[in-house]
Design a protein around this ligand. Structure first.
Ligand code: HEC
Ligand code: HEC
Ligand code: HEC
Ligand code: HEC
Ligand code: HEC
Length: 418
């Protein structure tokens, strides 16, 4: 996979705040208004967790000493970068370090320097905060760490509950380690204030599609089974990949430099099929093509998640290497207006198993020697405009080329049979 690079880089939040907010009272005293309790699950972090028996710390690095392969997969995943993520840091600073953001990016109380008890008059920007004595800065640096998913009430939760072989307390809990865990962060929609909304619908998109009926869910696809030792101490067995392959757009430019960490593993959700309108093309005659994008591999709309994600499909007819005869660009994604009121203006994403056609037609010039059709599919993290608006770090990758094809329509010295 090749990475397309744009000169500037940056961001857009998933909870987006464009307004400059008048009320920024971070530690407003509790008595200055009516304190409302936190009710939504994502308003609250995972409660404080103690270290399970047999371990000395909750740190992923410690888990990694025995679960080495799972650790290195997790380490390269976006989950392990959700806090350091330059885009998160930049947007979060812009959003006045809004406390709710961190409940999905550093989800455990143990990872948060302060605890929020409530919000004054229901205003997200007037939280009632207290210092958190159990804050562990190292654990914060691990973002969505192993313990955030696996440790509850003094136990390491797993799919087996095989206490005999584990050096730490374990308990079987497949209800917790199910798609519900994914839903808790990937399926949250709410309006925090008119220009600040949370729109993650991946869970509902999945529910409305064909996959619940065939027992294929978030975990089946994003954590496929692989046979290998579950830990350095045990035999090979059925385990799950901890990569959570997604959009395929890397987080750091280092990924693109030779010798740097690899570009994230990627499975394209869309199949691309290019169909020629006729068998033989001739100079002076009409040529037409159809490109069919089909969501064959994702269990939800494509793109999903971050409302800023979109694809562009580029179809270019090129004569004699340089001369562009016709070029067409199609955009697939959501369109939002964020200010003064966040509202969705459009949405043409592709449903699971849906196929959609895009066409291009042009007349082949008499003087053309060779004619080619270039098809490119690019996945975008955000528009260049939004990247500029967010003034993110230079070097933050904004997009990735995920499909490219060059079809010769007309060969030198004659017509071409496709
Ligand atoms: C000293 C080595 C060691 C450390 C450290 C360690 N584990 Fe384990 N863990 C094991 C072994 C060995 C097993 C049992 C393997 C088996 O059943 O084949 C195990 C089992 C598990 C299981 C499966 C439980 C089940 O039976 O369903 C999970 C999940 C797990 N560990 C997660 C973690 C996490 C998370 C951490 C860090 C907080 C961690 N482990 C730290 C060695 C370790
Ligand atoms: C049938 C398999 C399948 C199922 C079920 C599935 N996914 Fe995906 N998912 C994919 C594939 C393939 C991609 C890569 C799409 C692409 O090309 O960008 C993807 C991409 C994503 C992305 C990255 C955003 C994007 O548009 O690429 C997120 C986030 C995601 N999935 C979360 C989930 C969650 C949460 C669930 C459960 C509600 C889920 N997925 C269920 C296959 C699946
Ligand atoms: C985003 C949540 C999440 C994170 C983070 C996470 N896991 Fe898991 N883990 C799961 C789920 C879900 C399962 C599969 C449960 C099932 O198969 O029913 C699992 C399974 C496991 C198992 C059992 C064997 C297997 O692969 O099925 C081990 C061991 C394990 N994880 C260790 C770790 C370690 C070590 C880390 C950190 C380096 C980690 N996990 C991070 C969600 C997570
Ligand atoms: C505690 C909240 C939380 C939980 C639980 C969680 N995720 Fe995530 N997930 C995130 C966040 C936050 C990111 C993005 C991090 C970033 O890019 O900075 C993410 C990223 C991803 C991506 C990559 C998205 C991309 O754009 O490429 C996939 C795929 C994914 N998660 C799937 C899952 C699946 C499957 C589960 C359930 C096993 C799960 N997640 C559980 C919060 C969570
Ligand atoms: C309900 C849980 C939740 C909350 C609250 C939340 N996020 Fe996220 N965030 C996610 C998930 C899930 C993803 C991954 C979505 C995807 O890649 O499709 C994500 C991804 C991101 C990304 C990476 C996007 C990319 O293009 O890779 C940024 C930046 C981000 N969030 C910023 C924020 C900010 C800023 C806030 C607060 C205003 C916030 N988030 C609050 C769950 C959350």
């Amino acid at each position: 996979m090749k990475i397309v690079q744009y000169p500037i880089c940056a961001v857009i939040p998933v909870l987006i705040l464009i307004a400059s907010l008048a009320c920024k009272g971070q530690d407003a005293p509790a008595n200055s208004g009516n304190v409302q309790p936190l009710t939504e699950h994502w308003e609250k972090p995972v409660p404080f967790q103690k270290v399970p028996r047999g371990l000395t710390t909750l740190s992923a690095e410690e888990c990694g000493k025995c679960h080495d392969e799972i650790y290195s997969e997790w380490k390269s995943s976006f989950h392990a970068q959700a806090w350091q993520d330059p885009q998160f840091q930049s947007e979060w600073a812009k959003d006045d370090s809004l406390w709710v953001c961190i409940n999905c990016h550093i989800p455990m109380v143990n990872q948060q320097p302060e605890v929020v008890r409530g919000k004054i008059d229901g205003d997200y920007f007037r939280p009632v905060k207290e210092k958190n004595p159990s804050f562990d800065p190292k654990l914060r640096g691990e973002s969505i760490t192993c313990a955030a998913c696996h440790v509850r009430d003094g136990f390491v939760l797993g799919p087996y509950g095989n206490q005999a072989d584990a050096p730490h307390a374990v308990k079987k809990d497949t209800e917790h380690l199910s798609r519900q865990l994914c839903f808790s962060c990937h399926n949250v929609t709410d309006v925090l204030n008119p220009s600040l909304v949370c729109v993650f619908n991946t869970g509902n998109e999945w529910l409305e599609g064909p996959y619940p009926n065939v027992q294929k869910d978030c975990i089946t696809c994003h954590m496929p089974y692989v046979e290998r030792p579950l830990s350095t101490l045990g035999p090979a067995r059925k385990t799950r990949k901890h990569l959570w392959i997604g959009s395929g757009i890397p987080k750091t430019q280092r990924d693109q430099i030779e010798g740097g960490p690899p570009v994230p593993e990627y499975v394209r959700g869309l199949d691309v099929k290019i169909e020629a309108g006729r068998k033989v093309y001739q100079r002076g005659k009409q040529a037409y093509f159809t490109v069919i994008l089909s969501n064959q591999h994702a269990g939800h709309l494509l793109p999903t998640g971050d409302p800023e994600y979109y694809y562009t499909l580029h179809l270019d007819a090129i004569a004699d290497r340089e001369d562009t005869l016709v070029t067409k660009t199609f955009r697939i994604g959501q369109e939002w207006e964020w200010w003064p009121k966040a509202r969705k203006l459009g949405d043409n994403r592709i449903k699971p198993l849906e196929s959609r056609s895009f066409s291009l037609s042009f007349v082949i010039p008499y003087e053309a020697n060779e004619v080619k059709l270039l098809t490119r599919l690019i996945t975008h993290r955000m528009s260049l405009e939004n990247a500029k608006f967010n003034r993110l770090l230079a070097g933050y990758p904004l997009s990735a080329l995920i499909f490219e094809d060059e079809m010769v329509v007309l060969k030198r010295n004659g017509g071409n049979r496709l």
